[in-house]
Design a protein around this ligand. Structure first.
Ligand SMILES: O=P(O)(O)OC[C@H]1O[C@H](O[C@H]2O[C@H](CO)[C@@H](O)[C@H](O)[C@H]2O)[C@H](O)[C@@H](O)[C@@H]1O
Length: 438
């Protein structure tokens, strides 16, 4: 992908205008009219009355999806002393004929294909590096997983692509030597394509920032009476969690979220694991982020590059699709149940084996293979690692500065390029600055 093309706005034209009078809402309450962005800072509240049967037919479809997302783990079933039906296993193993395990028979295939190629590793966070837990704020990855990912990154360029905000996922992973794409790929920090040394910030949905902030507050306000609901602001998208909500209230959540989104035709809803995700209607996703990162790393020319993407969620399918369709690399789906997927391989995800065990095992095997069987392809050269180190220092510093709300750094974000003085400053002087702001 030519970087220049990514500078073109990926914002899609608005979907068909909604019928405001049908909703019985005064047009002044629509924060974004079709004719241009007029922003209202108010929080909309949805009526508390139960919406009519035909209020939003889509809610029913969504309810089914809500029920089937993130199926109960075997552990949960065991907790209730219920034997796991062997039919499930049969279904799983026949599904695996199509999507074989990446750590068993197919590992050979993967490494054979990787010989003489440069692997680029893309990793989703929740459900891939950290186990799915009830509280999203407590989805920690283990130290062992962290050190495994660090080892991976010493051999292969490694990026984390998450639905969470970039700051949040960086905080959870805590490895400055990786590249990060937050908000489902809408917030990317990556090396400059030309120099490879400077950092670029790519935020294709920047204009949606105030809108997401507003919808976030509206969602919080309108779901606060539903026990267990949690709404997260991920900067360029927002998540409404219903994992801890009584199933009887799921339809209420679906209806309220749909009702609110009727006022935001430039936002859309997608579905994750017991979470509804509100995102801008732009032609950008985790797949585009993978292409963008490969391009920025100067690795978009397929022949000698093998991108591998590991993820567990529907949003990861966009990345699997990019890799499959371009015949560029391998998608690996983490799942304990058969699913329709564009991935090539699978890794079992089971809470009986904690700590995303199979993902870790796959990553460790890859490192071991590299250490043992490709001694000629040593760890990334000292010079390269020095450059990477400089880059990671800049990343760490940037994240630190932006967290502290430094005005210059915000500005640098808005220009989608690091601010000049930050770019040109030597690492030593940056360290000084870093020390200064602690
Ligand atoms: O793209 P990801 O890194 O996989 O992020 C997807 C969502 O992950 C988080 O939610 C999921 O994990 C939580 C912690 O295990 C779990 O409680 C929740 O039910 C899952 O949906 C995160 O909180 C979301 O905002 C992300 O969009």
């Amino acid at each position: 992908m030519d970087l220049k093309t990514t500078n073109a706005s990926p914002v899609l034209t608005d979907p068909a205008p909604i019928n405001k009078s049908r909703l019985g809402i005064h047009s002044g309450l629509f924060p974004y009219s079709q004719s241009g962005p007029s922003f209202s800072s108010g929080i909309l509240t949805t009526p508390r009355k139960k919406p009519g049967k035909l209020d939003d037919a889509r809610s029913n479809g969504w309810l089914d999806a809500m029920k089937s997302s993130s199926p109960p783990s075997k552990k949960m079933l065991k907790d209730f002393n219920v034997e796991v039906a062997s039919d499930d296993d049969i279904a799983y193993y026949s599904w695996m004929l199509k999507y074989p395990s990446a750590i068993k028979s197919s590992f050979e295939k993967i490494i054979n294909h990787a010989r003489n190629k440069k692997i680029v590793m893309f990793l989703d966070y929740d459900g891939t590096l950290s186990p799915i837990v009830d509280d999203p704020d407590r989805a920690f990855m283990s130290d062992e997983m962290r050190s495994t990912v660090r080892n991976v990154s010493t051999y292969f360029p490694t990026a984390i692509i998450s639905g969470r905000s970039r700051d949040k996922v960086y905080e959870l992973v805590g490895l400055a030597e990786l590249y990060y794409a937050g908000s489902h790929g809408m917030d990317i920090m990556c090396p400059d394509r030309e120099t490879g040394k400077e950092l670029n910030l790519f935020q294709p949905a920047r204009e949606f920032l105030p809108m997401i902030d507003e919808v976030f507050r509206t969602l919080v306000e309108n779901t606060k009476d539903i026990k267990g609901t949690k709404v997260e602001n991920h900067k360029f998208c927002a998540s409404v969690h219903y994992r801890n909500v009584d199933e009887k209230s799921w339809s209420t959540i679906a209806q309220r979220v749909h009702y609110i989104l009727k006022d935001y035709p430039r936002l859309r809803l997608t579905h994750g694991r017991k979470v509804l995700e509100v995102r801008p209607v732009i032609n950008w996703n985790k797949g585009k982020a993978v292409e963008f990162l490969l391009d920025s790393l100067g690795l978009s020319n397929g022949e000698d590059v093998l991108p591998i993407y590991i993820g567990d969620d529907k949003t990861d399918e966009d990345a699997f699709k990019v890799l499959r369709e371009g015949n560029r690399g391998y998608g690996i789906l983490v799942s304990s149940v058969p699913k329709e997927t564009k991935a090539f391989f699978s890794l079992r995800d089971t809470s009986e084996v904690p700590d995303c065990h199979f993902v870790k095992q796959f990553l460790k095997s890859l490192v071991r293979w590299k250490e043992q069987n490709a001694p000629s392809m040593k760890k990334r050269s000292t010079k390269k690692r020095f450059l990477d180190k400089s880059l990671t220092n800049i990343t760490a510093l940037y994240l630190q500065l932006s967290k502290r709300g430094y005005p210059n750094v915000r500005q640098f974000g808005s220009r989608q390029k690091p601010c000049g003085n930050l770019k040109r400053r030597s690492i030593a002087s940056m360290k000084k600055t870093q020390h200064h702001i602690r």
